[in-house]
Write a protein that binds this ligand. Structure first.
Ligand SMILES: Nc1ncnc2c1ncn2[C@@H]1O[C@H](COP(=O)(O)OP(=O)(O)OP(=O)(O)O)[C@@H](O)[C@H]1O
Length: 283
């Protein structure tokens, strides 16, 4: 599914400053896009434009070449194809049972109860929760991490082609984060979903994404592969953003004279690189 933004700017009513300014963007099927930027840089606004939740003040949003804000285009259909998991989605749970919670979206699609059940089973299994164990339980009697999984299952049950997640690992413990990251990799690799991830955690962004967008004051100021973006160390720091910790270590070693590559984001690969270069330097 091709998503395009052409000369898009957005200003919220009553605000003086634009939340987004002159954004041009093209997102192809099966990309894994990481979005980073300081607080208030426009990340959440940008992703809400992708599925038509916000209409831009200026410019146009196209899905598969069609301007989505024409009257005849169904927003419901777009939101089914482009699923959005908000920040702290567990705050929006409201049904009495986990089954009803996950089935809520598919029910709005007027599917048969048999198809809905199939989708609930599959969505729960994707987030690692057993259908029989959980279906009749209340979502409110689960841990925060489990509640978040239910909220994500609710979006997955719509079988979106594009999955957008706004800070999905915020507040999760390391195990919860790891499980979620594994799920995103699986959805991207095995289900060929386009995944768009907003995160402040540069480790997640650098290890998962094929492409990173850096926002600052409503503009896209960098757009490239992780190894292109995170090697622009001074600019990233100037924008008030962190670097992946591995990048920090590799740069520190480089500054101390060890001729290591600085475009590696995987711990094992970085360790091999450091050991090799240390051996070479001792020869
Ligand atoms: N509903 C709203 N009404 C008015 N202004 C808003 C609204 N939502 C966002 N803004 C403003 O638009 C700008 C961009 O906000 P946005 O939430 O898109 O940034 P963000 O990068 O997602 O921030 P954060 O990392 O804090 O979530 C900010 O100045 C913010 O105050």
């Amino acid at each position: 599914m091709l998503i395009q933004l052409k000369d898009v700017s957005h200003i919220y009513s009553g605000q003086n400053e634009k939340a987004l300014e002159s954004v041009n963007l093209r997102i192809q099927s099966n990309e894994f896009i990481g979005i980073v930027g300081h607080t208030g840089s426009g990340k959440s606004t940008l992703v809400q434009l992708f599925n038509g939740l916000i209409k831009p003040s200026e410019g146009k949003v196209f899905i598969e070449g069609i301007d989505i804000h024409q009257k005849k285009v169904s927003k419901r259909e777009i939101r089914q194809k482009i699923g959005l998991v908000f920040q702290y989605p567990e705050h929006q749970l409201f049904e009495e049972t986990i089954y009803d919670e996950v089935a809520f979206g598919p029910r709005n699609l007027d599917l048969s109860e048999e198809e809905i059940k199939k989708r609930v089973i599959q969505a729960l299994s994707l987030v690692g929760m057993d259908y029989e164990t959980y279906k009749d339980r209340s979502p409110f009697h689960l841990s925060g991490g489990q509640q978040r999984k239910i909220a994500i299952a609710g979006v997955l049950a719509m079988m979106p082609e594009v999955l957008i997640l706004d800070e999905p690992t915020a507040g999760l413990d390391p195990r919860g984060r790891e499980q979620l990251i594994k799920l995103l990799k699986q959805l991207h690799r095995d289900y060929k979903m386009t995944v768009i991830l907003i995160s402040h955690r540069m480790e997640e962004i650098s290890q998962l994404s094929n492409r990173v967008l850096v926002l600052s004051r409503g503009r896209i100021v960098m757009d490239g592969k992780p190894e292109e973006v995170f090697t622009r160390v001074d600019e990233i720091r100037k924008l008030g953003l962190d670097l992946p910790q591995i990048t920090e270590v590799l740069w520190e070693l480089k500054n101390r004279g060890l001729r290591v590559r600085t475009d590696i984001f995987n711990v094992e690969e970085a360790t091999r690189e450091i050991i090799t270069k240390m051996r070479e330097s001792q020869c």
